[in-house]
Ligand binder design. Structure first.
Ligand code: FAD
Length: 616
């Protein structure tokens, strides 16, 4: 069977390295070039579209479809709020927020500027950002705490982290392996050989867990990756334990080891770890908070009369808010926001919160949606919530295997949704400027990762917030038994004080925190989400590819479009969720004869994926 994945578009629609490669298309340019016009002009005024989920993927789709003149648009959201896993909780007296969901956003910066879709929207909506503090940022102090030694390894501002000899050997093995694979990927990316290379690479590694690849012997001979067979890191089992506990000196890698090696490779290759930004919100050129449409408006309601929280335009959630409340810029519709259109009889736009979709049914030439308050028929349904993958459960009824193939259903059903918990407290002062306490701490106890950050503009210098404990996977699951959030916050602070005392660093974290302001979230407990990130499992290439190409291969027939992180290969990132959303929007418009705005033409500029099964 012939394989035609990893398609590369012609000329200027191609993105450079680093960028997710299965579908190399410059979505960022598409948004830039069609900023004033809209991506396309809707040709069917009566087209009825439903969007399931008002997270960032659903809101992006609503904003873009509305800009194109799709004005018969219903948005269903199971919870009482918009934004989904973009969730920025305010802190009294500060502009810094508790980022309970997404916190650091990769910008995929290339010589021509950021290639992230997210960056296009921050520019469009006047949302500003600042670098997120990371362990390898020169002026960020960082410490790794080991329970066994009751001591910290410290990287002071400007320095590099001293690591124990056994960690050093693990680090060397990892760096040798990583540089070998990254060199091979870089050399091939974007060349005519890339599809064959990437296919060979996937073919070699798709079944392997990251653990297996770390234990696989290193290749003596570097064949520059022509065969995609780049061997492993050649670690011993003892070294793997070090990797599990201490990473390469910057905290445990335990959460990664049993997922597909492709998960880690894709993050490493495609720029997810670089150029991470803390999203401030809407600030003007002087650095003052600028607010935005409907900011502070306490009279907002959805189309059922349910109250909606007023947008605050702070943190990462401000982009989700702007998608709903900002007037759209378009040649096809007046300057009105999706929200205001939902209150205006000239449009048939509706937002239904507290309205979990229970079933989606294929009926003759339509799709029927059933939720707790009503059922309604549509010409197209764009789904951003998982069907069954995170166990919230939407029944899919009446779709044939051609419309909803078993590998797509299986890809959703067998998805691995990881638990994650965050424990936050407000700061009274930026402790990293006033003491020896490192700004970032990795620990091999239930805190796992501790981050201090604060919004800074020319006019604002907040004391900031402290993410006391940030856990994923097993560690997060073990925190689920904590019934009392207030007690958990106190326990985290006490643990930090104890660590600092025992290791002789001096200073007490409790002196810097305002325990009266805290926030705790366990994403597994959120009733409409029940999981923080969809992870690439070993041996899961076929279903992942089936989900990725669904819109192209099946949506014209099924009238169902898949968007958002739930159907993206690179789970855990806003960018993947938004790109999948734009993919769904483009196919929906094309399948309903919309006229795309120049210079974009769907048939010549948008890469085609094969409808054939992916072979390995
Ligand atoms: C703890 C955590 C940390 C993260 N960190 C980062 C980060 O640092 N950087 C980054 O880029 N990304 C990060 N992410 C990932 C990022 O938040 C997600 O990829 C992104 O927000 C997903 O958007 P989405 O719209 O696809 O899904 P969601 O935000 O999950 O939206 C789906 C929506 O559908 C609704 N829904 C569910 N079932 C139904 C139903 N039956 N009917 C109607 N509505 C329904 C849900 O309530 C939800 O609002 C993080 C996520 C978490 C949880």
């Amino acid at each position: 069977m012939k394989v035609r994945m990893n398609c590369i578009p012609s000329g200027t629609w191609r993105v450079g390295y680093p960028s997710p490669a299965d579908f190399n298309f410059d979505f960022s340019r598409l948004l830039r070039d069609t900023r004033h016009a809209g991506i396309a002009k809707n040709a069917r005024p009566d087209l009825r579209v439903a969007i399931v989920g008002a997270g960032i993927a659903g809101l992006t789709a609503a904003h873009e479809l509305f800009r194109c003149g799709v004005t018969n648009l219903d948005i269903y959201e199971a919870s009482e709020r918009i934004g989904g896993r973009l969730r920025s909780e305010p802190v009294e007296g500060q502009h810094t927020v508790f980022e309970l969901g997404a916190m650091r956003i990769p910008m995929f910066t290339q010589p021509t500027g950021p290639a992230a879709v997210f960056a296009q929207y921050t520019q469009r909506f006047g949302v500003t950002s600042q670098p997120f503090p990371t362990a390898d940022t020169a002026d960020v102090s960082f410490g790794v705490y080991s329970e066994r030694a009751t001591a910290f390894n410290l990287k002071a501002g400007g320095g590099i982290l001293p690591v124990a000899p056994e960690v050093e050997s693990v680090r060397q093995k990892w760096e040798l392996f990583a540089s070998r694979v990254v060199t091979a990927v870089r050399a091939s990316f974007g060349t005519p050989q890339w599809p064959a290379f990437w296919h060979a690479f996937e073919q070699r590694y798709w079944r392997d867990s990251f653990r297996n690849v770390m234990l696989t012997p290193a290749r003596a001979q570097d064949d520059r990756g022509a065969t995609g067979k780049l061997g492993g890191a050649g670690m011993s089992e003892d070294e793997l334990c070090v990797l599990e506990r201490a990473g390469i000196g910057e905290g445990p890698w335990a959460a990664y080891l049993d997922f597909s090696a492709m998960l880690v490779f894709r993050m490493l290759f495609f720029g997810f770890f670089d150029d991470l930004q803390l999203i401030q919100g809407r600030f003007d050129a002087d650095g003052d908070h600028a607010g935005g449409p409907h900011a502070g408006d306490t009279s907002l309601t959805d189309s059922l009369g349910n109250s909606l929280a007023a947008p605050r335009y702070l943190g990462v959630q401000s982009v989700a808010e702007a998608m709903l409340y900002f007037p759209v810029e378009s040649e096809h519709i007046g300057p009105i926001s999706v929200y205001d259109a939902s209150r205006d009889d000239r449009y048939r736009v509706r937002l239904y919160t507290r309205s979990a979709v229970q079933s989606i049914m294929r009926v003759e030439d339509e799709v029927r949606i059933e939720c707790s308050s009503h059922q309604r028929y549509y010409d197209a349904v764009l789904l951003t919530a998982p069907m069954a993958g995170n166990r919230c459960g939407i029944r899919m009824i009446g779709f044939t295997d051609g419309e909803l193939p078993p590998d797509v259903v299986g890809g959703d059903r067998m998805s691995e949704w990881l638990a994650s918990s965050k424990v936050y407290v407000a700061l009274k002062a930026r402790y990293w400027e006033k003491s020896n306490i490192p700004q970032l701490i990795a620990a091999d106890n239930f805190l796992e990762a501790t981050y201090g950050y604060a919004v800074r503009t020319p006019r604002i210098s907040d004391p900031g917030v402290l993410l006391l404990s940030y856990t994923w996977d097993k560690l997060s699951e073990s925190l689920l038994s904590e019934a009392n959030d207030t007690a958990l916050v106190s326990r985290c602070i006490a643990m930090l004080d104890q660590m600092l005392r025992q290791s002789g660093i001096g200073g007490k974290m409790s002196d810097y925190v305002d325990e009266g302001q805290s926030a705790v979230i366990h994403w597994f407990r959120q009733p409409t989400i029940r999981g923080a990130g969809r992870m690439y499992r070993a041996g899961f290439a076929q279903p992942n590819h089936a989900l990725l190409r669904y819109n192209e291969a099946h949506s014209a027939m099924s009238k169902l479009y898949l968007a958002g992180e739930a159907y993206a290969i690179d789970g855990g990132w806003v960018e993947s969720a938004m790109r999948m959303s734009l993919d769904a929007v483009l196919h929906l418009l094309r399948n309903h004869d919309a006229a795309f705005s120049a210079p974009f033409t769907f048939d010549s500029a948008y890469p085609q994926r094969s409808t054939e099964r992916f072979t390995l």
